[in-house]
Design a binder for this molecule. Structure first.
Ligand code: MG
Ligand code: MG
Length: 275
């Protein structure tokens, strides 16, 4: 007896171009939220800044109301890993915060996250963010050069374990995902190497690639608000994410204005606009 794999939604070029429109609005909204992340502001302020860009563009939020989530971004500070709820918390000098948001245009979704260090960065936090961001780009490059979705996690894992210095942990409780007519779809995109190669990479596949790394152990817990995920050892964590499309001519990062060229070309991958 076997289990049928959930169907993977493959997008046509027009649908992927609309997802890119959603990704461009999202990128601008993240630009604004990142610029606003300075000591003394509340995490709610970042949500307001982000939401204003979506509203002005006529885009909808896919976070607001998602299983009851009350905001347009997740703001996860320090030991908070993901799904932090914006509120009255005031950002302090040296905080490390991930801002994760999404946008919908004409029914098509995008999802992207960036990490910011507020004010003065602890060098170990800066290293955590730099390695997580670089790991994300290795994963995205593997989508272009690989044959199976499992190649993404393998590339992220190999890169993170090759970085000299104190080892960083790769979270396993939360993973990337397919994206399209919904925010979270099949397949899962693991951030670590397994014996499972995963589904084949083919044109029309759109994935959110989002490594989450920690300075300590990878065990997590959910706070009483039923959303905020924290590391159980209280060590700091980090997340970077982009939504990426595979089409018949190559890959294109949907949530980056340049399709990811600046970070992919040095890795030997030239992104190609969706035809
Ligand atoms: Mg996200
Ligand atoms: Mg995501």
């Amino acid at each position: 007896m076997g289990f049928r794999q959930p169907r993977i939604e493959l997008k046509n070029n027009a649908q992927m171009r609309t997802m890119h429109e959603a990704g461009l609005v999202l990128s601008r909204a993240l630009d604004a939220a990142v610029a606003a992340a300075v000591p003394g502001v509340t995490t709610k302020h970042l949500d307001d800044v982000f939401a204003a860009v979506l509203n002005e563009a006529g885009a909808k939020s896919n976070f607001l109301g998602y299983h009851g989530f009350p905001a347009t971004v997740c703001t996860s500070v320090n030991e908070e890993v993901v799904h932090g709820i914006p509120g009255s918390r005031v950002l302090q000098d040296g905080d490390i915060i991930s801002i994760d948001g999404g946008a919908i245009v004409d029914g098509w979704h995008s999802d992207s996250a960036r990490t910011v260090i507020v004010g003065t960065a602890d060098p170990e936090d800066q290293r955590l963010s730099d390695v997580t961001r670089a790991a994300m780009w290795r994963g995205i490059a593997a989508l272009a050069t690989g044959t199976h979705v499992g190649d993404i996690g393998a590339a992220i894992d190999d890169y993170v374990s090759s970085v000299p210095g104190k080892p960083l942990g790769i979270l396993e409780d939360y993973v990337g995902h397919g994206i399209g007519s919904e925010m979270h779809m099949a397949p899962d995109v693991l951030n670590y190497r397994t014996t499972h190669r995963g589904p084949r990479i083919k044109p029309g596949l759109c994935l959110a690639i989002e490594p989450m790394l920690v300075r300590g152990g990878i065990e997590t817990a959910v706070l009483e608000d039923d959303w905020t995920v924290v590391t159980t050892d209280g060590k700091r964590s980090c997340q970077w994410e982009h939504s990426v499309a595979v089409h018949e001519k190559g890959i294109w990062v949907l949530s980056a204005p340049d399709g990811g060229a600046e970070d992919l070309v040095p890795l030997g991958v030239t992104p190609v606009p969706i035809p």
